[in-house]
Ligand binder design. Sequence first.
Ligand code: Q46
Ligand code: ZN
Length: 305
Amino acid sequence: MKCSKWGGTAVIKMRQHRRRLCANHFVEWFVSMTQRTIEKHGMFGHADRVLVAVSGGKDSLALWDVLLRLGYQVEGMYISLGIDEDLGYSDTSLAMCRRFVSAHHPEAVLHIVDVEKEYGQPIPTLARTKRRGRGKPCSVCGLVKRHVMNRLARDGGFAAIATGHNLDDEVAVLMQNTLHWQTGYLARQAPVLAEREGLARKVKPFVRIYEREAAAYTLIRGIDYIYDECPYAKGSTTNFYKDLLNQLELRSSGAKQQFYLQFLRARDSGSMSFAAEQGIELHPCRQCSQPTTAGDLCAFCRLWE
Ligand code: Q46
Ligand code: ZN
């Protein structure tokens, strides 16, 4: 298999782009695709400080690497959830983030928030105590992560929080939301969520990157990451949709990309309009002062009461 650019040995075939690239050209393509996505959606500029949420997985570490190589002012944020099942998932993922810094970017800043040390309980214990989420701690985990990320971004004066969500993640969520006609979620599904009354701006610079491309990038760059997913992600609905979409992609290359990009185009052109959450007012929580739609205490503070 030959590189479409110069005839050297290709390491990846990207059928949806009708390209085969060698290692060097692939890395060049990957970095420039991320840069173009940042610019197209006006995500942030070089004067902005950006907080990248890292989990020790391939997507978030690849994103941190690319943003640093592009010269953005970016700092990492790792939230230790205290998930010990399957050989200490949280400890291993933190070790991967630390290894990334020491091996690739020793000057990079990594903020670490340990949920148990800061708030008193690790996520699985907290979820069990509250008996939320039918045995899985994911709803509690999501709530805690959103709160901690927003606090760090606000207190640190960051212009945006960047996450490593890739095209496969976005398409799986899009399919889920479409099959259930979750119009509120569809209205909000976007590469950029603007800042709103104390809620930090959120951006996803990898929305044009397939999951296998992020994996190839980390492999070529020699970035070590945690291969296993969080033990609670096993059997998740999102993974089920990802499998379905991969089958579709095998039959029709580019199907995932088409589905996502046409959705964004249709929505942004106004040919599809959904009921957004207009009119829902945010006010500061009495205890933590983070924005909430609930009563005087936000859902996070109520969780720890
Ligand atoms: S929500 Fe659930 Fe994830 Fe939290 S408990 Fe694991 S699978 S990490 S994205
Ligand atoms: Zn609160």
